[in-house]
Design a binder for this molecule. Structure first.
Ligand code: ZN
Length: 346
């Protein structure tokens, strides 16, 4: 099966075998060639379009002994242009109340991913996401879920062991389904959430429950949130979204229902868009869709068949390709004939 969403190659070799050896982290930190990624209060130390990769000599003597330390990995050849291939990266997670750090380099600042993610180089964004995910886990799993005793990191920060019963605990990820819903007439159904500004529309997402397959979760969540029944789901790719610990599983899914019914608690409005409706609404500012680089945007643009232009984009841009015919990839596309759905929303 061809998956449609881009899945960039890994930036770091996580060295999963070696990192569980005791002494591996000390060995890495004993080398002057490793670099440090700093986290505090859910924010990473950032410099321009990248993370601030600190020279251990500059950080020496400044890092508190209690900082959680995690081996992030070794830069794979050609994957991270701002660092030499083979550089080992070590994450230091400082306490939220670590206070001012006057020793960090000028021009750097602690920034949240939502604030700077769009402007980061792709490789830096990937490292930020890994660091965020593992930092979140350490901060929320200090105690054993079996007995409540304190846990302590091992395996270079990729496992925590209970001090009382020796049980082992690993970073957790919560799977969520995120779905581009396509109707029988090939329009897309996007939802506006009560938590957003009223003209923002996106794909519909929800957590997969215990004992449920991803496809079952997608069908259930879509029925709950926008009241349409999906007859076909097609997995397209995934994106780690560690806020705090989600893995977004992207689907394009198809329904024969023409009337959407927002749940009224989470979803305020569900609206069908044709390709030309959506592009026009975005250019007029009548609709704001998910930002570029998000899996929601990738799913929407996968359905659209090209780049959706934003009001700020250059006007001499080539019009996006529109595969209104002949892509033959899904039942709705095959069935698309341009007719309006009976009883569909305006
Ligand atoms: Zn325990």
């Amino acid at each position: 099966m061809i998956q449609a969403l881009p899945s960039p190659a890994a930036v770091l070799d996580r060295n999963c075998e070696q990192r569980s050896d005791s002494g591996f982290l000390d060995q890495v930190q004993g080398s002057p060639n490793h670099r440090i990624v700093l986290f505090r209060g859910g924010r990473a130390l950032v410099s321009g379009a990248g993370l601030a990769y600190l020279d251990p000599a500059a950080a020496a003597g400044h890092l508190p002994a209690g900082a959680v330390t995690v081996y992030l990995g070794r830069v794979l050849p050609g994957s991270q242009p701002s660092l030499p291939d083979g550089t080992d990266l070590v994450l230091k997670v400082l306490a939220d109340d670590a206070g001012d750090l006057p020793w960090v380099p000028e021009g750097t600042s602690f920034s949240g991913y939502r604030d700077v993610g769009d402007s980061l180089r792709t490789a830096d964004a990937a490292i930020f996401i890994e660091a965020q995910a593992v930092a979140n886990w350490h901060l929320s799993h200090r105690f054993c879920p079996r007995c409540g005793a304190a846990t302590a990191p091992e395996h270079s920060g990729w496992m925590r062991r209970c001090s009382a019963d020796a049980s082992e605990h690993f970073p957790r990820t919560d799977p969520a389904a995120i779905v581009a819903i396509v109707g029988a007439d090939d329009r897309i159904l996007l939802a506006s959430n009560f938590a957003w500004e009223s003209n923002r529309y996106s794909t519909v997402a929800g957590f997969i429950e215990a004992g449920e397959s991803a496809e079952q979760g997608a069908v259930r969540e879509i029925a709950e949130e926008v009241g349409v029944h999906l007859h076909t789901t097609r997995y397209e790719g995934s994106q780690a979204w560690p806020f705090p610990r989600s893995l977004m599983l992207g689907f394009v899914a198809y329904t024969d229902d023409a009337v959407a019914v927002p749940d009224g608690t989470e979803v305020r409005e569900a609206r069908w868009f044709s390709r030309s409706d959506l592009q026009a609404a975005v250019l007029k500012g009548e609709a704001v869709i998910s930002r570029r680089l998000s899996i929601a945007r990738a799913l929407i643009e996968h359905w659209y068949g090209g780049t959706i232009l934003e009001p700020g984009d250059a006007l001499d841009h080539e019009p996006p390709a529109r595969p209104d015919s002949g892509s033959g990839r899904g039942p709705a596309e095959a069935a698309a004939s341009g007719k309006a759905p009976a009883g569909g929303p305006a």
